[in-house]
Design a protein around this ligand. Structure first.
Ligand SMILES: *Cc1c(COP(=O)(O)O)cnc(C)c1O
Length: 476
């Protein structure tokens, strides 16, 4: 060892090639062509600095100073730095609308529309009939009204923004009556009481966690009341000895006192999901028909579109909302509108919806597709995982996710991996989970009950070949 370190194989600081020599070396050409001189010079400086330090500390093996070796390290460092941070992954978590994995996937029509909007000018705020200035909401508000039965509509960045805007526009420095059973927290950062405070509205809680009666709302109405509000219990269920007041009754109470009734519907679906064999969820149309004056919901949950917050309801209230300065701050960009319009168009033909709307296609993907896929992929994963792991094709349950229908689960199929070799199974499962996550297209599953679960609902047949290809070799 000592011989090696002090031997003739070691280079001194004075042997390190100059920056100029390296920049002219053949070996650096590809890096220069790909990354440009600015980045290559910076990367070379870092590499040479590290070499110099090591040379002064005792020496560097001579072969590390070759132009080819320097070029390889430099290219690797620059390629790594250029790798996109936002990457495609396989969502095998079993949660179809996974907030951390980007929620709804857009149908082809929406992708084409976004591409057009990205690469060519568009009539975003330009009235093609008059040649005058237009309103970006005009692009989608007719469609939203048609699909929900509402008088008017507008759109903002997400549903949290929609709720904030609605409260600020209609209840600034006034009171909003909400049931204690509906003071939800969505994913940590969205809490009804906090949003209420930021919007300048005063929350008046009524009823108890499990039971709220019509009289509770009625008794809370006073001179400073701005509205009665209902919030969808998106990610939890109150069961047992419970009572809540439905939208129609809250609306009737509000209207009797000349107040609006508003509903934060959360996921908000535009169609009756039971026709597709999915659990019942109140539609936006039903909520409006029940008497809600204003309904807010997300664009990228059950609706299956881009991130957006939709507000639909009475024309006078929407007008007031659109005049609020926050509307300008929370408005959507052209990419959102470009993606949203074709998605809404798909709802005009409900016969084709389960095929054409990606979210619905995934939610309704039949067992006769998923189960054989699990049988096909069992061997592929077993081979990739290597000795010690036992892979089984098993039934499991998917969830819709993003707070839609929190307690209903969809029968699905997938792979369960257990560790049967020696050593602690937990460590080996963690290792496999990490290896899958580090693949070129990361595979995201979940570990529970001493097994790694890969739900195949969201691996559509057209993606299977690419999925299999990256598992062709045993995972290192
Ligand atoms: C999801 C949800 C929100 C937040 O919607 P985003 O579009 O994520 O901002 C607000 N309220 C309810 C009831 C929800 O389910």
């Amino acid at each position: 060892m000592a011989d090696q370190l002090s031997g003739a194989g070691l280079a001194a600081a004075s042997d390190i090639p100059s920056l100029d020599r390296l920049l002219n070396a053949e070996a650096l050409r590809p890096a220069l062509a790909t990354h440009g001189r600015t980045q290559v010079v910076a990367a070379l400086r870092r590499d040479l600095e590290a070499l110099r330090k090591r040379a002064l500390d005792g020496g560097v093996p001579r072969h590390e100073l070759d132009a080819a070796a320097v070029a390889a390290r430099t290219s690797a460092a620059l390629d790594e730095a250029a790798r996109p941070r936002l990457r495609a992954v396989y969502n095998l978590t079993g949660t179809v609308l996974h907030t951390n994995l980007g929620r709804a996937l857009l149908p082809d029509e929406a992708v084409a529309s976004v591409l057009r909007a990205l690469t060519s000018p568009a009539n975003l705020e330009f009235d093609l009939d008059t040649g005058g200035r237009g309103d970006r909401d005009d692009l989608i508000d007719d469609l939203l009204c048609e699909l929900t039965g509402a008088e008017a509509a507008t759109v903002v960045n997400n549903n949290a923004a929609a709720v904030l805007l609605m409260l600020n526009a209609l209840a600034d420095r006034r009171e909003v009556v909400v049931s204690r059973g509906e003071l939800v927290e969505i994913g940590g950062a969205f809490r009804i009481p906090d949003i209420m405070k930021r919007a300048g509205a005063k929350l008046v809680e009524v009823g108890t966690t499990n039971r709220t009666h019509a009289a509770d709302y009625e008794n809370a109405i006073g001179p400073r009341t701005a509205m009665l509000m209902k919030v969808h219990c998106s990610n939890y269920a109150v069961t047992g000895f419970t009572k809540s007041v439905d939208v129609a009754d809250v609306a009737a109470l509000a209207h009797a006192r000349g107040l609006p009734a508003t509903v934060d519907l959360g996921s908000g679906t535009l169609v009756d999901l039971t026709q597709f064999g999915l659990p019942k969820e109140d539609t936006v149309r039903e909520t409006i028909a029940a008497g809600a004056d204003l309904v807010t919901f997300s664009g990228d949950k059950l609706l299956g579109g881009p991130q957006a917050g939709l507000l639909v309801g009475r024309a006078d209230l929407i007008r007031k909302i659109k005049k609020n300065p926050l509307k300008r701050a929370l408005r959507v960009g052209k990419l959102t509108l470009a993606a949203l319009e074709p998605v809404l168009q798909l709802y005009r033909a409900p016969e084709f919806l389960a095929q054409r709307l990606t979210t619905l296609r995934l939610l309704t993907r039949p067992m006769r597709d998923i189960q054989p896929q699990a049988e096909r992929l069992r061997g592929v994963l077993a081979h990739a995982a290597g000795p010690g792991y036992a892979v089984e094709a098993v039934p499991m349950f998917s969830q819709i996710g993003s707070g839609a229908l929190p307690i209903d689960q969809l029968p699905s199929y997938g792979l369960a991996v257990r560790y049967a070799g020696c050593g602690r199974p937990g460590r080996h499962l963690d290792r496999l989970e990490t290896q899958l996550r580090r693949l070129p297209v990361p595979v995201i599953g979940r570990i529970a009950d001493d097994a790694l679960w890969l739900d195949l609902r969201c691996l559509e047949d057209r993606d299977e070949a690419a999925f299999t290809a990256q598992l062709a070799e045993p995972l290192a």
